[in-house]
Design a protein around this ligand. Structure first.
Ligand SMILES: Cc1cc2nc3c(=O)[nH]c(=O)nc-3n(C[C@H](O)[C@H](O)[C@H](O)COP(=O)(O)OP(=O)(O)OC[C@H]3O[C@@H](n4cnc5c(N)ncnc54)[C@H](O)[C@@H]3O)c2cc1C
Length: 480
């Protein structure tokens, strides 16, 4: 991505008169920002205290309460339930799992990694089933996932990836190359190959998180909003572990951190997970004529095989929502600014939209936003519960947390209830990564890595048949 979008480029982007940047996300603009729940009234005592009311915190509370209805559970949320990535994402409920399979296999064996991948596939259906059973309407359509290659290097990589994943838990019917005349049709300009997996669904992220919060509350979980936790205290002698907020201290048998991309703001966790940005834009609804040209009747979630990849969905009301990395990282693990995204990220995403769907390039962009996701130093997600300190966490999902957070919630349930199950034996349980480097190395490293990935994409678009060596260098530097 060029760091500065020219004024002419910005003018070329058709914008709706209603265009907005930030305001958490377009998904919340559709629903309206929620009325806040009450803050923590003072010191309190619970069995389990969860910090963060995104998918991770809410799924954990959901499964604990379902299993043991008399458990007293509090969730402390700094803003409102779904304020973070859970209310802003691209709506891919997919079986994709971030993290190096080899790294997990080194500790737990290949079979355990394959079990994790199969659990992720089952998780897509688990979320769909619970949403249905609990009456959460989140515009869910299980149309699968399509990944397009728009040059020959990308195609070669797609083929390699299919072969690789078949070594790690995907059977041939789980991810495969599509025939050119595959139906339902989805016409992506310049596509030279497409791969498909049935293990994905399109969702409306904010409807899912809002619905889940209401369900959890109805089960008897106390959700306190406007309550920022500043410190997590481990168990010490007779003192139970605690979450400390300005309004009071909550003591519990277990305190679970579910703060993902915001983790760096809690004392003592500054370098644990890097807050990586992801940005999105969404168009006005496209006309029936434009949809006829594009197709996309299967509502598959769509991605490309670029290094700085995009992800997209056709929304329930006929828009295209498309996202990508944008400006990857703010210096010093900087703060989220209510979802506002930089002009260059908007320009980059619009260029991708116009390139992949020329028929949609006249459609005005109505909203742009961004969010943060958590990236561990080795890019491997984890679930962790330390019985001695009473502290636990789940996250570091990199860009794939919609389904993974549900698997994390069920796993944390079993860990808190001290059960030894198939879930607690999965290889991401107990995994730990070293801390990120101090600044300015974090900033320089992240921008260098994404600069190299973008350079590799440019090279691959113009001349190479194979993955550019720039990308190989970036992956090495990133420590993935
Ligand atoms: C733009 C974007 C697009 C994405 N697209 C996809 C996608 O299509 N598919 C996919 O699988 N994944 C996607 N992801 C990632 C996915 O959304 C996340 O992995 C997932 O939502 C993480 O859920 P979470 O509950 O762990 O974190 P979050 O949803 O970020 O929730 C953390 C919560 O903790 C609260 N909090 C933070 N600090 C404190 C504190 N100190 N005290 C109290 N509360 C606190 C926050 O306010 C927030 O509500 C995307 C992410 C982004 C940003």
């Amino acid at each position: 991505m060029r760091l500065i979008a020219s004024a002419a480029e910005m003018r070329a982007i058709p914008r709706s008169k209603e265009f907005r940047n930030g305001a958490v996300s377009f998904w919340y603009r559709e629903l309206g920002l929620p009325k806040r729940r009450a803050a923590l009234p003072g010191d309190a005592d619970y069995d389990v205290c969860i910090v963060g009311a995104g998918y991770t915190g809410l799924w954990t509370a959901y499964y604990l309460k379902k299993e043991q209805p008399d458990l007293r559970i509090a969730i402390l949320e700094r803003e409102f339930a779904g304020f973070g990535a859970s209310g802003r994402n691209g709506g891919w409920l997919s079986a994709e799992f971030a993290g190096s399979r080899e790294r997990y296999a080194k500790e737990h064996g290949k079979g355990a990694v394959i079990a994790l991948q199969r659990a992720m596939m089952a998780t897509v259906d688990e979320v769909i089933t619970v949403a249905k059973d609990e009456g959460i309407d989140a515009d869910i359509v299980k149309g699968g996932m399509r990944i397009v290659a728009t040059n020959h290097a990308q195609k070669a990589r797609l083929l390699q990836e299919i072969a690789y994943l078949q070594e790690w838990g995907y059977w041939p019917e789980d991810y495969y190359l599509l025939e050119p005349d595959y139906e339902p049709m989805l016409r992506v300009d310049g596509a030279v190959a497409e791969a498909f997996s049935p293990h994905a669904a399109r969702i409306h992220p904010a409807k899912l998180v809002r619905g889940l919060a209401a369900v959890v509350e109805n089960l008897g979980v106390d959700i306190f909003e406007g309550t920022a936790v500043t410190e997590l205290r481990p168990r010490k002698d007779a003192q139970r572990p605690a979450a400390v907020a300005e309004q009071g201290t909550v003591r519990a048998d277990y305190v679970i951190r579910a703060t993902e991309g915001f983790t760096a703001e809690i004392a003592g966790y500054r370098r644990q997970w890097l807050p990586m940005n992801s940005s999105m834009i969404v168009t006005e609804p496209l006309s029936p004529e434009v949809w006829k040209r594009i197709g996309w009747e299967g509502h598959e979630v769509l991605g490309d095989a670029a290094h700085a990849y995009i992800y997209a969905q056709r929304t329930a009301d006929g828009r295209i929502a498309i996202g990508g990395r944008g400006v990857p990282y703010r210096f010093g693990s900087g703060h989220d600014t209510n979802g506002a995204t930089q002009p260059q990220a908007i320009a980059e995403l619009w260029r991708a939209l116009a390139r992949l769907f020329p028929a949609a390039s006249e459609a005005p962009v109505v909203h742009a936003w961004s969010g943060v996701l958590g990236v561990p130093r080795d890019w491997c997600p984890s679930v962790y519960l330390d019985r001695t300190s009473g502290l636990g966490w789940a996250g570091g999902y990199v860009g794939s947390g919609v389904a993974t957070s549900n698997l994390a919630g069920r796993t944390l349930r079993d860990l808190v209830l001290e059960r030894n199950t198939d879930l607690t034996r999965l290889p991401w349980v107990g995994h730990r990564a070293r801390d990120w480097e101090p600044e300015p190395l974090r900033w320089i490293g992240t921008h260098l890595v994404y600069g190299l990935y973008r350079g590799a994409d440019r090279r691959e678009a113009s001349r190479t048949l194979e993955t550019s060596t720039l990308a190989e260098l970036a992956t090495k530097l990133a420590g993935r």
